[in-house]
Design a protein around this ligand. Structure first.
Ligand SMILES: Nc1nc2c(c(=O)[nH]1)N[C@H]1C(S)=C(S)[C@@H](COP(=O)(O)OP(=O)(O)OC[C@H]3O[C@@H](n4cnc5c(=O)[nH]c(N)nc54)[C@H](O)[C@@H]3O)O[C@H]1N2
Ligand SMILES: Nc1nc2c(c(=O)[nH]1)N[C@H]1C(S)=C(S)[C@@H](COP(=O)(O)OP(=O)(O)OC[C@H]3O[C@@H](n4cnc5c(=O)[nH]c(N)nc54)[C@H](O)[C@@H]3O)O[C@H]1N2
Ligand code: SF4
Ligand SMILES: [Mo]
Length: 738
């Protein structure tokens, strides 16, 4: 959609416009981070920045010609990707150039009327008038936001501070709830802080790599390349119900029954303890609650575990032997674990294995949750959603006082309770308690679980604002107001990757039409809301970054030693923590892991064993709905709801255009399903048509559907881990019609 308006007429004077092509890009390089390119390259030709898709955080060289970013090549000097990139990285400029970019604010003045292009001034006027009216009528808590793991940290912090301290909202969550909430809670309870301990180098230093519910080959292809670079001829153990690309590439595959992981890992712990294959000294000195755990797992005999997980006693014993014989064993998990009905305890059953065998704090070891989105880690620590800025705690008076002091705001503006979780916000809308919603850089109408119920909630709102690069996402279509946003490559800031590395993102292209960076949109909102004064020191992303480094001081994620963006650029990204004392070490070691000193973040310095009784899934299969439906990523060329990746003609060639479902050959024969036939899949919530791909990558009785096509979540069932409130996307009961 092309803007018909001239930006000069519509742009408020407050904001330097991000949109039409100006000469700003290269003529004032410092401002856009381009002054920091490596010395041996001409500054107007190439600059290094972190990729905006997955959490691997590869560095890409962006080549610029005539003020325009024209091409990308992987950065061979960056410690993460050492010269490699996956197809999404190579194609990262394409989504920016798409001709369906949102180029002007769009407003629907009344429900049911058409949306019209308006100026930013009008958009902001309506934004504050409508939300304030809702707050006056229904209370401050009746307006909430849902944000993302895909904008820069400075923007996340701005949004979180603006919404909660400036606009009086208490409730705001992120799409990271769909993704990383489990890992956050698991780490907090086990280690005392949300702290993934590893560095990618550990992939190269392990002799046993255990991948659990992770399809690394397609979801983190460059991490998989790091595994390939391992010279120790490692055992690569894959625990996944499906025979995935990763399972095929590994050396041992355990195709467990979906959602039997907790019992499975308790069974492995049982065998290790029975054989005395535990590190008594580590357990005694550095952990707590082990005795309770070891008596808890007594009941999980190999015979019982075989029955529940479908993995034979022999294979269970083999895995225990493999772990025992490994010198440096690393455990890695992703969504097959995090998205489950008892996900937190499952993640902790993995952490427990690392603790009891002493596989942590040394190279090639660790209980390692792999993050998903480019800045999920930034969202976990700095978005002001589940934790107060800088990994602080909303419920602790000292933490609130510290943050209020640094921000020079009244302490009473900081809520003393955490926010409702995503699912509770949706429920709040259904219950009529939440009437206004602001959605930023996420597409919940496609990605949230039990989609029809999500869409019903959106219809109940009095005012829905969606802030996105495109005005035609499933979520944007419902919106009363669309705020056009700049994307990755059109703004500055930092991302934090899976190994805790803070890397720079730079403005190398100009956003189209009237689109503004999220940072500038938040600035505008603050101004029009009347709380701009509170953010008078938040002028540029770099100024905000410096405020955040100060807030982090004294926390496990202390980054007070990072002076500025230039330092991040020169050091090729810096992992947290980075205090002044750490800086000296960085020159010789820029791939650091946590817990080398065996000190964890609980007050006693010990890591804690956590465990529970396994629970049944919320929706069991039965005679009517006999199949288990699994969902997840389909290819390395597709990103989530595809708003970005479908804009690249090259990426589009690498995956099927429309929705498909994988079905086992035995089931296909039994039901008379032919290859490539369109079949109907029904859950208790909806019926969806999809093309049948007959493949033994799934087990009999199970189906797999990629999440990249909107209909998949019409089938999924709203159930959640009780501790993390992360949705269980990876189990619901369905049937098939031909
Ligand atoms: N190409 C591409 N890469 C991506 C993304 C993308 O959209 N596209 N998204 C990024 C994001 S945000 C994330 S969170 C990550 C996700 O990365 P992954 O977690 O690797 O991806 P998924 O396919 O969601 O799930 C992984 C595996 O879990 C398995 N699984 C299902 N149920 C169970 C179970 O009960 N137990 C076990 N052990 N395994 C189970 C599935 O069969 C699947 O193979 O990928 C990131 N990388
Ligand atoms: N069935 C099923 N569902 C799932 C999953 C699953 O495994 N199975 N996985 C879940 C997981 S792990 C995740 S992380 C979620 C992801 O779900 P979503 O977050 O909904 O997916 P995305 O497509 O990444 O949506 C990001 C949106 O932000 C926009 N955008 C991109 N960059 C910017 C920016 O800089 N500013 C602004 N304002 N907008 C921007 C994009 O156009 C897009 O609309 O999906 C979840 N849903
Ligand atoms: S692996 Fe992830 S970070 Fe690296 S290029 Fe691909 S999408 Fe980007
Ligand atoms: Mo994710």
């Amino acid at each position: 959609m092309k803007s018909k308006t001239k930006w000069t007429d519509k742009m408020p004077p407050l904001i330097q416009h991000d949109g039409p092509k100006t000469s700003l890009l290269l003529r004032s390089p410092g401002r856009f981070g381009l002054g920091q390119v490596p010395k041996n390259r001409a500054p107007d030709q190439t600059t290094r920045m972190v990729c905006g898709f997955c959490s691997t955080g590869c560095s890409l060289n962006v080549h610029i010609k005539d003020d325009e970013a024209v091409n990308i090549t992987p950065d061979s000097e960056y410690p993460v990707n050492i010269g490699m990139a996956c197809p999404k990285g190579w194609e990262a400029l394409e989504p920016l150039k798409a001709d369906d970019r949102a180029t002007a604010p769009l407003l629907r003045k009344n429900r049911g009327s058409e949306r019209e292009e308006v100026s930013w001034g009008d958009a902001m006027h309506h934004f504050q008038e409508r939300f304030k009216a809702i707050q006056v009528e229904h209370g401050d808590e009746s307006v909430a936001f849902i944000s993302t793991g895909q904008i820069v940290t400075e923007e996340m912090a701005y949004l979180g501070a603006l919404a909660k301290f400036g606009m009086g909202m208490k409730h705001g969550d992120g799409n990271t709830r769909q993704c990383m909430a489990t890992a956050v809670v698991a780490y907090k309870q086990s280690f005392g802080f949300d702290a993934p301990p590893y560095t990618y180098k550990d992939f190269e230093k392990s002799d046993v790599i255990v991948l659990i519910g992770s399809n690394l080959c397609i979801t983190h292809p460059i991490m998989w390349q790091r595994v390939e670079q391992n010279k120790l001829n490692p055992e690569v153990v894959v625990i996944d119900p499906r025979n995935t690309e990763t399972a095929v590439a590994g050396t041992q595959h355990y195709p467990i029954m979906p959602k039997s992981d907790l019992i499975f890992f308790y069974g492995i712990a049982h065998i290790l303890i029975r054989n005395g294959w535990v590190d008594e000294q580590f357990i005694q000195s550095h952990t707590s609650e082990y005795e309770g755990f070891s008596s808890h797992v007594e009941q999980f005999t190999p015979e019982l575990v075989e029955q529940q997980s479908g993995i034979s006693v022999n294979k269970l014993e083999k895995l225990a032997v493999t772990i025992h014989q490994g010198k440096n064993v690393s455990f890695w998990w992703t969504m097959g674990v995090n998205q489950g009905h008892e996900a937190t305890r499952t993640a902790q059953s993995i952490i427990n294995l690392a603790l009891m065998t002493g596989n942590i704090g040394r190279e090639g070891t660790g209980a390692n949750s792999i993050t998903g989105q480019c800045n999920a880690m930034g969202s976990r620590l700095f978005s002001n959603t589940t934790s107060l800025l800088g990994g602080h705690d909303f419920t602790k008076a000292d933490d609130r006082a510290k943050v209020a002091g640094i921000l020079e705001i009244d302490e009473s503006r900081i809520p003393d309770e955490p926010s409702l979780a995503y699912d509770q916000i949706i429920q709040g809308i259904h219950d009529g308690k939440i009437k206004g919603l602001w959605v930023i850089a996420t597409n919940g109408a496609h990605s949230w679980i039990h989609q029809d119920r999500y869409n019903e909630a959106m219809k109940k709102l009095d005012f829905l604002v969606v802030q996105d690069m495109y005005a035609n996402t499933e979520s944007a279509l419902d919106a009363d107001l669309i705020l056009p946003a700049a994307g990755w490559g059109e703004k500055d800031g930092v991302f934090i990757n899976s190994e805790r590395r803070i890397g720079l993102v730079k403005k190398v292209a100009l956003a189209p039409g009237l689109a503004l960076s999220d940072f500038n949109i938040f600035k505008l909102v603050a101004h029009y809301w009347g709380c701009g004064e509170m953010f008078s020191k938040w002028g540029t992303p770099e100024e905000v970054f410096q405020i955040l480094t100060e807030i982090s001081r004294g926390q496990p994620c202390d980054i007070s030693g990072i002076r500025d963006y230039k330092m991040l650029d020169e050091m090729k990204g810096i992992q947290w923590p980075c205090t002044d004392a750490d800086v000296a070490e960085l020159a010789s070691d820029n791939e650091r892991r946590l817990f080398a000193n065996r000190i964890f973040y609980h007050p006693d310095g010990k890591a804690k064993f956590l465990y529970s009784d396994p629970a049944p899934v919320a929706e069991l299969t039965n005679a009517e709905y006999p199949f288990i439906l699994l969902t997840g990523r389909g290819s390395s060329a597709q990103w989530h709801t595809q708003t970005r990746t479908k804009k690249s003609a090259i990426l589009r060639k690498l995956y099927p255009e429309s929705i498909y479902v994988e079905i086992h050959p035995e089931d296909a024969v039994a039901l008379g399903v032919r290859s490539n036939e369109v079949i109907r899949i029904s859950s208790r919530r909806a019926t969806v048509e999809a093309t049948a791909y007959i493949s033994s990558s799934v087990q009999a009785g199970q189906l797999f559907m990629p999440m990249h096509y909107a209909k998949a979540n019409r089938l999924t069932h709203s159930s959640f881990d009780p501790y993390s409130r992360q949705p269980n996307y990876k189990h619901c009961a369905v049937k098939i019609f031909i």
